[in-house]
Design a protein around this ligand. Sequence first.
Ligand SMILES: [Ca+2]
Ligand SMILES: [Ca+2]
Ligand SMILES: [Ca+2]
Length: 354
Amino acid sequence: MKRLLILALLACPALSAADRPGTVFKIFQFPANMIPRVDGNADDWKMVPDDYAIGMDQLVDDTNKDRKPDPKDLDVKVKVGWVKGLNRLYFLYEAYDNYWDFGQPGLHNDIFEVVVDGDMSGGPLIERFQPTKELSERDAHFSMHGVQAQNYHIMTPAVGKDWALAWGCNAYVKELPYANAAYNYNFKPGESGRLTLEFWITPFDYAGCEGPQRAVESVLRENKLIGLAWAILDYDDATSEKHAFWNLSRQHTMYGKADELVAFRLMPLEPQFRRFEANWSFQVLDLDRRVVAFRDETTGTATAWKWNFGDGSSSTEQNPIHQYAKGADYTVTLEVAGPEGKSSREKIWDVAVK
Ligand SMILES: [Ca+2]
Ligand SMILES: [Ca+2]
Ligand SMILES: [Ca+2]
C-alpha cells in the first residue's frame, strides 16, 4: 500500500519540477495550414486569442522586487505557439522600450532570455550549477551545459552579432534547421520605440556537445507540459552595467536550474480551427502472420467507424486488429461519422504485409 502511494507521488513530476505551482501558461496550437512565417510581421499571430498573451503583469523585477511594471519604461507582450507534428516553439515578442540598448559588443544589450526544458526533466543546465564539484570546468561544460535544457540570450535587437547566445556547448541549436528569427523595428541605439521579434526554437531532451548527430528533440504533443520561462534584461543606459531583470519565474536562478521554470501546456486547437477529419495509424504486430493493429486518430467526435481493410473484409470497431490471409500492399480506408458529419481517409499501399 505504502509502495503504491510512493509510485503515485512519483507519477506527478509537474508538481515538483516547476516554479509557480498551480500556474500553467498556454501555448497556442496553430493549424498546419496557418504556420507563422518568421519575417518580423505579426499579422499571422492575430488569430491567437488574447488569453494566450503573457504581459508585464506576470513578471517580477529580480533586481528590485518593489518596482512595478511601467509601460513608459518597458512594455512587453509574448505569445508562444506550436504546430502539431513539429517539435518547434514559435514566439512573438512585441515590446516598447524607452531606451533600446544595443550599440555595444558583448552582453551589454537589451536581452530576451528564454530557458526551455522540453521534457520537464528539471536539474541544472549550466556548468556553475553542476553538483559534482570534482568535475573540472571543462568537463562540466562539455558534459552538461545546455544539454538537457537550453538557455537562449536573444539580442533585442542584434546588430553585428548573432541573434542569440545559445549558452552552452551546442551553438548549433540557434541555427537552421533548429531555430530561426526575424526582427522588425525602426530605432537607433539609445532611442525609444517598438520592436517585433518573431522566432522559433527546437527544444531538446539531449543536445549533445559533440554536435547534432546524436541530438534528441523534445517530442511536442498535444496537452503535454513543458518547462519554460523567460527574463527580460532591460539596459537603459549605455554607460551603466545596471539592468532590470523582469522574470516570469519567481526564482532568479531559473536561468540555470530547469526545475525553477514554469509549466506551459501545448494546447489543442481552439474550437474555431478544429475540423472533423478522419485519420488513422497502424502497427504491424506480427509480419509473418500478417497481423496489423489499426488505430483511429480522427480529430473531432466520431461515434461510428467503418474500416475497409482492402482485402474484401471490414470492421466497425474503433481500433480493430486484422489478420490478412495473403501478403500484399493493401489500400485501407476508414470512414467515420459523428455529430459534425462524415469523413473518410484512404491510405494507398501504406499497409504492406508480405
Ligand atoms: Ca510573421
Ligand atoms: Ca527600459
Ligand atoms: Ca532598454
